[in-house]
Design a protein around this ligand. Structure first.
Ligand code: NAD
Length: 505
């Protein structure tokens, strides 16, 4: 339709309406223009052209993000995404601020709630993980790329996908959901979560609270939806749903495999088994202090947490003594074997003829006292971590144990240490640490392991901005390579080109 015709029709309609109802207001003119063919869809229809049915909207009222049906959750999130688009960057910013403020205010209450439900980890660290949401990047992270030249100007912008389906782990249920919401909403998306069945009730409580607060401030009810209870079926329904354009999964090998097999694009924050190399060229006391801080954090639940240490032979005894000085308790070899017997199970029917070890969930994330009992040891109050000398092929080195026992292995050379660290990391390309002042050793280890995070002379936490430079996130997209998640991770890059004009010099 030509501009003349469009204007003509608008004026005729306005005149008719004016005759019928008295004054013709600007609003009437705009409304009439927008309902013309080819006009921008209004809020009762979607960008994709699908009409929002009043039935689905009505079903979503009063839920505040909590749904028993995954399809309803996805439909409600789709509607919420449209509403968020209308609120602009200011709306996204308001949501990010709300989530951060709520997490800070509720850190103690929700930390306790999560610990009571999941029964893994430490309260002090659960509280810290919620308070730390303040440092998750928001909309400021989405700087568009501007290009300018003889042929005009071009802008590459970071646009939202729409609805993102997210899976969160048992190890940090509310913290992962909260930082996912911050990143996803800063990028302009809505979310539907499938939490871990062992830590979903606390996530439901938090999601409902977030949505109620967002509704009060912005009028959007279902921006961060969650399915209650989460099941494999609800995961499949989310992954299959037409409005879910992207998946973000955080967890072990099973969920990564399932997400990648879904046919949808997936950002996969997968498992790790981070090794540490101590070559004796740097301060052994600092190395030991950092290792205890990182490996003891939340009872070794962090995916970036130190899981095994390789130490050059001449420095081994001094390093073990330094670990003890910083709150570790050393088990002897028979205690280590007693603990290993309790810590790993070999379920029948797994592995092709060879028994496959699986970590005993009853010991994952438990306090050092619980592990010590299983090992037959009595430890002083306040012990942060159990340690012990093992061989490089020990189960505790090979498996991602996620419990506060750290195996320490003697190696004869840096080359042997790097090779053993590479083997223990299993090619997850997740995280690794070195304590060294030798740049050649650092470079060799970095090149050999190719991990997403490689931390020199700090605890694993320095890799997420605590004691090192950089922003945090609880989803580190190792398997699919996006790295530490941020709002840009959840965007589509769209290019807008102006030919030959608007370059102002
Ligand atoms: P998990 O793999 O048992 O569960 C993670 C999530 O995936 C849960 O919500 C679970 O219900 C779901 N899930 C598992 N198998 C599934 C399947 N086949 N289909 C659909 N959903 C499935 O892990 P966990 O014990 O909760 O968390 C610990 C694991 O997560 C460790 O391996 C750790 O390294 C990893 N992790 C990684 C990161 C990261 O950023 N890379 C962060 C935290 C945890």
């Amino acid at each position: 339709m030509s501009t003349v015709n469009e204007t003509l029709i608008r004026d005729v309609v306005a005149e008719v309406l004016g005759r019928l109802g008295g004054e013709t207001t600007t609003t009437t003119r705009l409304a009439t223009a927008q309902s013309a063919p080819g006009a921008t869809p209004k809020s009762d229809s979607c960008a994709c052209g699908a009409k929002k049915t009043s039935a689905s909207s009505a079903a979503a009222r009063g839920k505040f993000g909590v749904f028993q049906n995954a399809d309803e959750a996805c439909a409600a999130a789709h509607e919420a995404h449209q509403q968020l688009s209308e609120k602009g960057v200011a709306g996204r910013n308001a949501v990010v601020r709300l989530i951060k403020d709520i997490c800070f205010a509720k850190a103690e209450e929700w930390g306790r709630l999560e610990l009571d439900e999941a029964k893994i980890g430490r309260l002090d660290h659960k509280i810290e993980k919620l308070q730390g949401q303040r440092d998750i990047p928001g909309v400021e992270f989405l700087n568009p790329l501007g290009l300018s030249g003889d042929h005009g100007i071009t802008l590459e912008e970071y646009a939202p996908f729409g609805v993102v389906g997210a899976v969160t782990p048992s190890t940090h249920s509310i913290p992962t959901m909260a930082c996912n919401i911050i990143s996803l909403v800063a990028a302009g998306n809505a979310a539907v979560f499938n939490s871990h069945p062992g830590a979903y009730r606390c996530a439901v409580t938090a999601a409902r609270f977030f949505n109620q607060a967002i509704h009060r401030e912005l009028g959007i009810e279902n921006l961060a939806c969650i399915v209650e209870p989460p099941t494999l079926e609800s995961f499949n329904a989310i992954a299959r749903h037409e409005h879910v354009k992207l998946l973000c999964v955080t967890g072990g090998p099973g969920v990564v495999k399932a997400a990648m097999a879904s046919g949808k694009r997936a950002v996969c924050a997968g498992p790790g088994n981070p090794p540490v190399l101590v070559d004796g060229t740097s301060c052994l006391d600092n190395a030991a202090k950092c290792v205890v801080v990182g490996a003891a954090y939340d009872n070794n639940l962090l995916c970036i947490g130190e899981k095994e240490v390789f130490v050059l032979e001449p420095f081994f005894d001094q390093f073990m003594a330094a670990l003890e000085k910083h709150g570790a308790y050393r088990l002897n070899s028979s205690q280590i074997e007693a603990l290993a017997k309790a810590a790993f199970v070999f379920p029948a029917g797994q592995g092709a003829g060879c028994p496959q070890p699986v970590v005993n969930r009853n010991l994952v994330g438990k306090d050092p006292e619980v592990l010590a009992r299983a090992a037959g040891a009595t430890i002083p109050r306040g012990t942060q971590l159990l340690i012990g000398e093992t061989r490089a092929d020990h189960l505790f080195v090979e498996e991602e144990q996620m419990m506060p026992f750290l195996p320490v292995v003697r190696v004869r050379s840096v080359e042997e240490g790097i090779a053993a660290a590479k083997h223990a990391e299993h090619g997850y390309k997740h995280s690794a640490m070195i304590h060294s002042h030798d740049v050649a050793h650092m470079t060799a280890m970095g090149k050999a392991l190719e991990t997403t995070l490689f931390i020199k002379n700090g605890s694993c936490l320095a890799g997420l901005g605590s004691g090192g430079e950089g922003y945090p996130n609880f989803s580190i997209a190792t398997t699919t390579g996006e790295g530490i998640c941020n709002p840009r991770t959840f965007t589509r890059v769209r290019r807008c080109v102006m030919v030959d004009k608007l370059r102002i010099f």
